[in-house]
Ligand binder design. Sequence first.
Ligand SMILES: Nc1ncnc2c1ncn2[C@@H]1O[C@H](COP(=O)(O)OP(=O)(O)OP(=O)(O)O)[C@@H](O)[C@H]1O
Ligand SMILES: [Mg+2]
Length: 310
Amino acid sequence: MILTVTMNPSIDIAYQLDELRIDHAVRAKETLRTPGGKGLNVTRVLHTLHEDVCAAGLIGGNNGGFIKDRLKEAGIRFAFTEIKGETRCCIALLHEGKQTEVLEPGPEADASEYREFLKQFYTLSKDSACITISGSLPAGIPDHCYADLISAAAINGVPVVLDCSGNALKKALAADHKPYAIKPNTDELAELLGRQVTKDTSSLKAALLSPLFDGIHWIIVSLGKDGCFAKHDNTFYQVRVPQIHAVSPVGSGDSMVAGIASALARNMNDEGLLKHANTLGMLNAMQKQTGCVNLKDYDALYQLIEIRKA
Ligand SMILES: Nc1ncnc2c1ncn2[C@@H]1O[C@H](COP(=O)(O)OP(=O)(O)OP(=O)(O)O)[C@@H](O)[C@H]1O
Ligand SMILES: [Mg+2]
């Protein structure tokens, strides 16, 4: 089984508007509500790939109930830890080809809820071939949370794919037990290193040689339409993807994380992992919905990816 962790899930609400007029009431033409949070995007893509996936994390209130109902309808397994607070909503206003977002901070979890989650996570990790951890932490959860989860997974020898930013990422990289793989984009990489990183091979190579990344087997820097730049142990790869008609690339990184996890769970070789992950990123970018891939174009796109050692 692949376990996905979403500590701060949300109901993602998308309102389709003709125009957004500040200080005016606007009527939505269409409303879409879906389970959201980066880890649930990863979950959805893994489910589409027919992987045996289970979603974990914190959930609460009526909004939490809505998310569980939708996952049940989709046939997606979950093992969330219930909290007293209400799971958040994130609102996207889609207007004039633009997207304006309102992100709620989410509930505050307490120490006993965190302890309960750690216990459940440890038990679930025993049955996992791979674990993905994505997104931000809610208030009340310490920023060493992901470092804690990675060391718990290490007891059972389970590789972790980590996709987060800020202090949670810094703490996870500084801990004794390392994530097996990380998937920053160039902004996240620059924030981590405290300096600019360009898409240039020499800049990316220098960045990935930073001692910050010692002990991490796979570092996959996603570059949007330019594919990705990766380091597996001591080998660097430049991956070029074909030009596609991108509709909404939001969640392409999450789809890539799903691909990395499924490749690790299936022991794919380097070429297979990189092509699988980039194909899923592209397929997500071709859809309007976040964390949604249509596998009908999988083979055609896969064949067009070019990989060379860098
Ligand atoms: N416009 C595009 N054309 C082709 N491939 C794309 C495009 N956008 C994304 N991809 C594919 O998806 C992968 C991940 O995209 P990106 O670098 O945008 O991730 P991200 O910034 O982490 O996104 P998010 O955090 O919203 O999920 C890329 O490495 C690439 O393979
Ligand atoms: Mg991302």
